[in-house]
Design a protein around this ligand. Structure first.
Ligand code: PLP
Length: 220
């Protein structure tokens, strides 16, 4: 299937979900291109998607080098020792989840990096992310790091969760994002929520997602 056909289907579903959402906000669509070639990623850009997401350094740098005029999102977990290879190429990092990573970003970045704090709302042991109850203090402890701007919170729902459970997790993330936003911290506007993938983006939008990350259904 051509990306532009997939995109048309997704866009109409996005519009429906926005209309049903109390937040009523069009989310930014990130095409997750981690499974596909540069050519296929370029097809998404040509179809009008201006944001690309990758979860591994090699794929990220490959797409970054070959595709012009896109905003690049790093959505995977980032090893501290790899930060220097990639950080200045990142427009948005979706996986800030520990102090040691923040320290390394501060040390290596030569510009301010827009960061999402990854939150483990489901409490799954295998998942990366800060526990919900620790998010506010974590964000507060980043105030000294002037290369980090906390633009929002990110989460992933467990693969085996029911729609009701997914909705609960997304609601929780939204409430937490609003609570951090209400702190009024200069380094943490926290106006955004990155949540929703191919199988759950409609729920995410209904619950106030401002960035959705879609791979399989768009380019797969
Ligand atoms: C792979 C991935 C996605 C996209 O997943 P799909 O189910 O293919 O849409 C979104 N977010 C993250 C963090 C991912 O690793």
């Amino acid at each position: 299937m051509e990306v532009k056909n997939n995109l048309a289907v997704i866009q109409s579903e996005i519009d429906t979900a926005v209309a049903e959402s109390p937040y009523g906000q069009q989310p930014t669509l990130i095409a997750v291109t981690k499974y596909v070639t540069i050519e296929r990623a370029q097809e998404a850009v040509d179809a009008g998607v201006m944001h690309l997401g990758e979860n591994r350094i090699e794929g990220f740098l490959d797409k970054k080098a070959h595709i012009q005029n896109v905003t690049m999102h790093f959505i995977g977990s980032l090893q501290t020792r790899k930060v220097k290879e990639v950080i200045d190429n990142i427009d948005y990092l979706h996986s800030l989840d520990r102090m040691s990573l923040a320290q390394e970003i501060q040390k290596r970045a030569t510009k301010k990096i827009k960061c999402f704090i990854q939150v483990n709302v489901s409490g799954e042991e295998s998942k990366h992310g800060i526990a919900p109850e620790d998010v506010q203090s974590f964000v507060q402890s980043l105030s000294e790091y002037d290369n980090i701007e906390v633009v929002g919170l990110m989460t992933m729902a467990p693969l085996d969760a029911t729609d009701d459970a997914i909705r609960t997790y997304f609601k929780q993330l939204k409430q937490l994002q609003l609570a951090v936003n209400a702190l009024g911290l200069p380094h943490a506007p926290c106006t955004e929520t990155s949540m929703g993938m191919s199988n759950d983006y409609k729920i995410a939008i209904e619950e106030g997602a401002t960035f959705i990350r879609i791979g399989t259904k768009l380019v797969g």
